[in-house]
Design a protein around this ligand. Structure first.
Ligand SMILES: C[S@@+](CC[C@H](N)C(=O)[O-])C[C@H]1O[C@@H](n2cnc3c(N)ncnc32)[C@H](O)[C@@H]1O
Length: 386
């Protein structure tokens, strides 16, 4: 982390020259090569292509964000920007289409619910004592989950629903976090069905230990949960009035075209928790599925989607505010596309000016399942202002 945590506050009130900000941003090692392993809070639930907290954290420390404003992340994912805002007492708003992303962000940014252990015990005893249960109608369920495992999952869900403790969402997220592990799916990033030695008793134990881990992580936060609003929406359909407060900075990493499949990563989590992954897929920016079918997407779709995002940003961002994007390149039908350049050009169309642009290495641990198809090793940090 950069060594001046109060720089933004110290600088407020001074007419800051953009070149000073660029120079300060330029002095940072954006690779954060010496970063420690993930904290327990970062680690509560798998999420692909998270950005490391040091990126939003350092931006918040350096940028002189106009006072009395909130920070917006229009592609909030697992909530990294929101948490860094909370650590600094800054209000924030996050938007994501993916209900699992929103659930993770919501749990990470809400005050810790009380009496999780008691609720856990009640849910488990309800689940185990229930008479016969009916499995939900989920496509290909038996291919991905052994029948006794599905029954244990459904029992836990019925227990949570029957008891409805204040920690209901935390318990649902704990269950979501173990679903791939107890399924026949090889791993979070490999969609092959394999034989695993998982018993129903493992489902109850893994669920209990995930719930306790989650409880510990939210209890261990040593800062106040400053207001953080999460909108489960397609960013392109959000109206400025729905943001509800002036925005002083946007800090985000948008979906990369033809790179990740957030909906696919969480497909069975969504089915089990009662959401519709097919609807999420249809609106997901950059999902690889949109690049294979007839009338497939091209880089022009991404241009229009980023224009739509900037239309919202331009409306809610106050004068003197900042827009920060971390974005990689894509390979679309054999051609490498510089997504940062697309975003920078669109920013200029909307009268933003470039304050800073640099390349940073993508940590090997973040190259989850398919960036390798394009041999993409770096991503761009772009900071604009108006
Ligand atoms: C690179 S990830 C963000 C990761 C986040 N920075 C973190 O640390 O977890 C991009 C996010 O954009 C979301 N997304 C894709 N299309 C969207 C859309 N149309 N509206 C809102 N969110 C969308 C995906 O669900 C994904 O969570």
């Amino acid at each position: 982390m950069v060594s001046q945590p109060n720089l933004a506050r110290d600088l407020q009130g001074f007419a800051l020259d953009v070149s000073d900000i660029s120079a300060t941003l330029g002095a940072v090692d954006w690779n954060f090569s010496s970063r420690k392993r993930l904290s327990e809070l970062e680690n509560i639930h798998p999420y692909p292509a998270k950005f490391i907290p040091e990126i939003p954290g350092t931006l918040l420390d350096i940028l002189p964000i106009p006072s009395n404003t909130a920070v917006l992340d229009p592609f909030v994912g697992s909530g990294t920007t929101l948490i860094e805002c909370q650590k600094r007492g800054i209000r924030s708003v996050g938007i994501d289409l993916n209900p699992i992303a929103c659930l993770i962000s919501q749990i990470k940014t809400s005050p810790a619910p009380r009496h999780v252990e008691k609720a856990l015990k009640e849910v488990l005893s309800y689940a185990k004592l229930m008479p016969d249960i009916e499995l939900p109608d989920i496509p290909n369920l038996d291919h991905w989950f052994k029948r006794p495992i599905s029954e244990a999952v459904e029992r836990i869900l019925s227990g949570i629903e029957a008891i409805r403790p204040p920690s209901e969402d935390l318990l649902r997220l704990a269950l979501s976090s173990i679903l791939v592990r107890i399924s026949n799916q090889e791993s979070d990033t490999r969609y092959a069905a394999v034989v695993k030695d998982v018993q129903p008793s493992d489902v109850y134990e893994l669920f209990a230990s995930a719930a306790r881990k989650l409880d510990r992580a939210v209890q261990a936060r040593d800062y106040h949960c400053t207001s953080s609003i999460i909108l489960e929406r397609d960013t392109l359909s959000v109206k400025p009035s729905e943001i509800g407060c002036p925005i002083g900075a946007v800090i985000t990493s948008p979906p990369y075209p033809n790179a990740y499949e957030y909906w696919l990563y969480h497909k069975y989590r969504m089915w089990w928790l009662g959401y519709d992954p097919v609807a999420v897929k249809s609106k997901e920016i950059g999902a690889r599925a949109h690049f294979f079918k007839a009338n497939h997407h091209t880089a022009d779709h991404f241009v229009e989607q980023m224009r739509g995002s900037f239309a919202l940003i331009a409306d809610v961002l106050v004068a003197g505010g900042f827009v920060c994007f971390v974005v990689g390149r894509s390979k679309i039908h054999g051609t490498i596309v510089d997504n940062a350049q697309i975003i920078q050009d669109i920013g200029h169309e909307f009268d933003f000016r470039t304050v800073f642009r640099t390349e940073r290495m993508i940590a090997a641990s973040r190259k989850t399942f398919n960036l390798s198809h394009a041999n993409i090793k770096t991503e761009t940090l772009l900071v604009l202002s108006r």
